[in-house]
Design a protein around this ligand. Structure first.
Ligand SMILES: *Cc1c(COP(=O)(O)O)cnc(C)c1O
Length: 399
């Protein structure tokens, strides 16, 4: 078991992450290049603006943007860039946020994009003092919704790319940008969880936001890239509401190293390794009673598949959410991707595995399925009870 030493020392449960890059699990496995960079810079002093200027060059080169810098998180990047759209480069206005002294305080977002990534997009916008205006309905946003929502109060429009958003009936980014640009409204794209570091700017985004700690394998951080004036105005928020969102030198240099490593990474070898794990899971699980396994492409087009396990609770004698719960309560804890468990399935994500952990994952799932088969009654907690229990557990911390 890999992280035995750490878990013994701190009394933590050893954990295998097959959920994806999740903040609540410590994001991702940080790449060695980023770890080395952080170690190198931590004992040193730097002029932070110089270090960020260096990051700006690397971000510009890799994304094709005019400019960029590193933030403490993608969520912080949303607040800082929206704040910049409101204040422009007025230093007094920056100091005064979240009090806004202009009539321009509305940010347009398609209703189907108002999602929660651990906290809500809406709140990240509202922290600046601005208002989020939902356009269209959850499952339908047409050009006329956007066109007619742009007024003299509109300061920016946000577009979210994520598996969380409603996956149909939304405006494509390129059309969204065309409509906004015809009225001089900047488009901010939250692409925190996306691999492609150029596509959204190419499709017309004025600013794009990426996470430093998801696929890139950097330390906890965000990256913003885009038009120089918007990036500068976001950067200036470090003198205002950005202060509490400050990023350290180690994260800046760490994520820059991760960006450079990303360029050189053998993506095909990574994919091959992931595919191997997926096949091991599929082959090991597909004959089990009540279980159907398939490999499913990432919904936003990232070059990645996940193993989908559909569970017939009567035949398997266990529900998808109970299986997820028992796996996470085990030793090691196996954390699966279960945000759609109510529909009767869970996913295994192969992106964050250490050597041979795929076998432990398979063994633990087989153990739970076999135990369920042997139990007298099927293990099916009513779903209502399951979500109430989760909520109660959240409120008990730190006990
Ligand atoms: C993960 C994620 C975020 C939040 O990213 P942090 O860097 O953890 O703040 C925001 N938006 C989307 C679409 C995400 O996937």
């Amino acid at each position: 078991m890999r992280n035995n030493e750490l878990s013994r020392e701190l009394h933590l449960t050893p954990l295998i992450n097959v959920a994806g890059t999740m903040t609540y699990l410590g994001a991702s496995i940080v790449v060695p290049e980023a770890i080395a960079a952080m170690q190198k810079i931590l004992p040193e002093f730097v002029k932070m603006e110089e270090l960020q200027r260096y990051a700006n060059g690397v971000i510009a080169e890799i994304t094709g943007a005019e400019a960029g810098f590193i933030t403490s998180s993608s969520a912080a990047a949303i607040s800082m860039v929206i704040a910049g759209c409101i204040t422009k480069d007025n230093l007094l206005a920056i100091e005064q946020l979240p009090d806004i002294h202009t009539p321009q305080n509305e940010v347009l977002v398609q209703a189907g994009h108002l999602v929660n990534y651990g906290a809500s997009v809406d709140q990240a916008v509202k922290l600046t003092g601005a208002k989020c205006v939902a356009i269209g309905q959850a499952t339908q946003c047409s050009p006329y919704h956007l066109e007619n929502s742009i007024t003299e109060r509109t300061v920016a429009a946000m577009y979210v790319v994520s598996h969380h958003v409603v996956d149909h009936g939304q405006l494509p980014l390129s059309l969204f940008c065309k409509i906004c640009h015809a009225r001089d409204i900047p488009v901010i794209v939250d692409a925190a969880s996306e691999y492609d570091l150029q596509r959204f700017l190419r499709d017309g985004a004025d600013v794009v936001i990426y996470s430093g700690h998801k696929f890139l394998g950097g330390p906890t951080s965000g990256i913003i890239a885009g038009r120089k004036s918007l990036i500068r105005n976001a950067w200036l928020q470090n003198r205002g509401i950005g202060r509490g969102m400050k990023v350290g030198k180690e994260s800046i240099y760490g994520v820059v190293a991760a960006l450079q490593a990303w360029k050189k990474r053998d993506h095909q070898a990574v994919r091959q390794r992931e595919t191997q794990a997926l096949q091991i899971w599929r082959d090991g699980l597909q004959e089990k009673p009540g279980i159907k396994v398939s490999l499913v492409a990432d919904p936003t087009g990232n070059p990645l598949e996940r193993c989908k396990i559909v569970i017939d609770p009567q035949k398997a004698k266990i529900s998808a959410w109970d299986l997820s719960h028992l796996l996470s309560a085990g030793h090691p804890a196996i954390i699966v991707r279960d945000h759609e468990a109510e529909k009767g399935y869970i996913y295994l994500d192969p992106c964050n595995l250490h050597h041979e952990q795929e076998y432990t994952v398979l063994e633990r799932i087989l153990d739970e399925l076999n135990l369920a088969q042997q139990s007298k009654e099927a293990i099916i907690t009513p779903f209502e009870q399951h979500i109430l229990q989760r909520q109660q557990a959240a409120l008990r911390w730190p006990d």
